[in-house]
Design a protein around this ligand. Structure first.
Ligand code: AMP
Length: 288
């Protein structure tokens, strides 16, 4: 069945008022792929009604980033939503979401200025502001986000806790191509050679994960070695960061760290910004 498509606040309010039972929201920027679809299936299991937002949020793109060329594939997105049994699609224009430049926005604090936030100043403020707006407009019981954007997920969990937002946040695992490349709407920008270089990100994470029994420093070392090769490749990877961090705070873990951590990497291949990460557990037999 084709989902109900709401493009304005009023249309969304009308369909929201008809929802009985639990509602799950999956926020996206469209160009839906199998990673998004795994979130839709998770949402289907969590709630009686599933809503998806499709909105390329100008507020979370910096100057010189890919806002204008970001892929927009609305007709195919609606087909994917229909195939996954989505009930409601909220697809506003920027003018609907931001009738004027917002004066009051969500401040992500110090956590929004480290790691990905250092590479993309202002990104997390823009992302949290739109997520807060989408949660307020949709009023879901649960909202599903991908672990692929691990710092985004951590920041959203913090926002929900710190501002007492009445929603449960669920993280869903990263979906990958058979060769390891994490699915991303931006992968379609990659030429063949660029894609080969891009594979170093997931390969570095894998190498790091394989060293987990030897501790945090061995993990960092193993991942860095793979990335160094990609930095010397043609076309090269321009590394933004490789970090091994606490999943809740995104601060570096110490060499004697025990417990969960996230090995996260980001870089530029050609003109394409790619990020990836893997969750790890120290101090136990490796789970992976
Ligand atoms: P985006 O459209 O890129 O803003 O992503 C929308 C949601 O899908 C976010 O919660 C992402 O973390 C999630 N997502 C993106 N790529 C993947 C993937 N490969 N596997 C799982 N979730 C993903």
């Amino acid at each position: 069945m084709t989902p109900v498509i709401a493009k304005t606040r009023e249309e969304l309010a009308a369909v929201r008022s008809g929802v009985r039972g639990t509602l799950a929201l999956v926020p996206t920027m469209g160009a839906l792929h199998e990673g998004h679809r795994s979130l839709l299936r998770r949402a289907r299991r969590e709630a009686g009604t599933v809503a998806v937002s499709i909105f390329v949020n100008p507020l979370q793109f910096g100057p010189g980033e890919d806002l204008d060329r970001y892929p927009r594939t609305f007709a195919a997105d609606i087909e994917a939503c229909a195939a996954e049994g989505v009930d409601i699609v909220f697809a506003p224009t920027p003018e609907i979401m931001y009738p004027g430049e917002p004066v009051v926005t969500i401040d992500p604090g110090a956590m929004g200025r480290i790691v990905e936030g250092e590479t993309r100043p202002g990104h997390f403020a823009g992302m949290l502001t739109v997520v807060a707006k989408l949660l307020n407009l949709t009023r879901p019981d649960v909202a599903i986000f991908g672990e692929k954007d691990a710092q985004q997920l951590a920041m959203i969990r913090r926002m929900v806790a710190d501002l007492d937002l009445p929603v449960e946040i669920i993280g869903a695992p990263t979906v990958r191509e058979p060769d390891g490349l994490a699915l991303s709407s931006r992968n379609r920008y990659l030429g063949e050679d660029e894609r080969t270089t891009a594979l170093a990100l997931s390969r570095a994470l894998r190498a790091g994960a394989d060293a987990v029994a030897d501790g945090p420093d061995a993990v960092r070392h193993a991942a860095r070695k793979v990335l160094a090769e990609a930095e010397a490749a043609a076309p090269p990877l321009e590394l933004d960061y490789l970090v091994l961090v606490d999943p809740a705070t995104f601060t570096e873990v110490a060499g004697d760290h025990d417990g969960p951590a996230v090995l996260a990497v980001a870089g530029l291949v050609g003109a394409t910004h790619l990020i990836d990460n893997v969750p790890l557990e120290f101090g136990k037999e490796s789970l992976r």
